[in-house]
Ligand binder design. Structure first.
Ligand SMILES: [Zn+2]
Length: 280
């Protein structure tokens, strides 16, 4: 499932092709992609709008719209499991899995392709309100070692599910949580309020390092689904130390990587580097 680095990569690559373009038509083959909105209501909301800017918030791409110079809401694109976003000439036949298209005024079309149909393209009047429940962005200045330490101590949850919780911290998913925890030798079941200050500082640094490196490498492609808008796989999967490496040696100590299930999610750890927390 695309996480922050994959969504950021997608946003950066489509943005130059979209900013300043006007939507001249829509084509939606799977209505549920729109959330609750009907096809005609979606078409009315976005046709004639100009795409003012793109940004990423958590795992969503935000397309800010304007109409006649006034703010006109936004599209929130959530790739979920298998969504992909790319721009191609409008006369190119859309593939079977393209669920929604926006026709643009330059003869191109923004396609939302989604094999498993969990992805969404939502029109909202107020993007900030729609995104207000999300936690801090891990690569923005407001996320500091101090703020992470303090936030961990407001909860008493196991680290893994807490770091996956988008209201606690935005953008992380299964891959980047497992990779970050391994780097700082924290077990995924460690209680958040037991994390000491130096450990929180290290975790903060690891989360930022892992995410920045993954963005540089255009994300991780370990299955056939995630591709950049240019159709290329990312290459951060070659950097994985634990994720998907069950039975292979830990790059730090050589122990066999083990897979456990934490909060119903497959979780990868080094049993030597990441000690099981003592029950208290
Ligand atoms: Zn190890």
């Amino acid at each position: 499932m695309p996480e922050l680095p994959e969504v950021e990569t997608t946003m950066r690559l489509v943005a130059p092709k979209l900013v300043g373009r006007t939507v001249v038509g829509t084509d939606v083959s799977w209505a549920r992609t729109l959330g609750g909105l009907t096809r005609p209501a979606f078409a009315r909301s976005v046709t004639g709008c100009t795409i003012r800017a793109l940004r990423r918030r958590a795992k969503q791409i935000v397309l800010e719209l304007e109409r006649d110079g006034d703010e006109a809401g936004a599209l929130l694109v959530h790739l979920r499991m298998t969504g992909r976003l790319y721009v191609e000439p409008a006369d190119q036949t859309a593939g079977a899995y393209v669920r929604a298209s926006l026709e643009l005024d330059d003869g191109r079309s923004l396609r939302f392709l989604d094999v498993r149909k969990f992805g969404r393209v939502l029109y909202v009047r107020d993007a900030d309100a729609a995104l207000a429940h999300l936690g801090p962005e891990p690569l923005e200045p407001g996320f500091t070692p101090e703020s992470l330490h303090a936030a961990l101590h407001t909860r008493r949850r196991a680290l893994k599910p807490l770091l996956l919780d988008q209201t606690f911290l935005a953008g992380l998913g299964n891959i980047y949580v497992d990779e970050s925890l391994h780097r700082v030798r924290l077990h995924p079941l460690r209680r958040s309020n037991s994390v000491r200050r130096p450990e929180a500082e290290a975790l903060h640094g690891a989360i930022q390092d892992v995410l920045r490196h993954a963005i540089e490498l255009q994300g991780s492609s370990f299955d056939r689904f995630y591709r950049t808008p240019e159709g290329q796989p990312g290459s951060y999967q070659d950097e994985f130390r634990v994720y998907g490496r069950t039975g292979k040696p830990c790059p730090r100590c050589g122990s066999s990587i083990r897979r456990l299930v934490v909060g119903q999610r497959g979780t990868h750890i080094c049993p030597t580097c990441q000690r099981t927390p003592r029950r208290r």
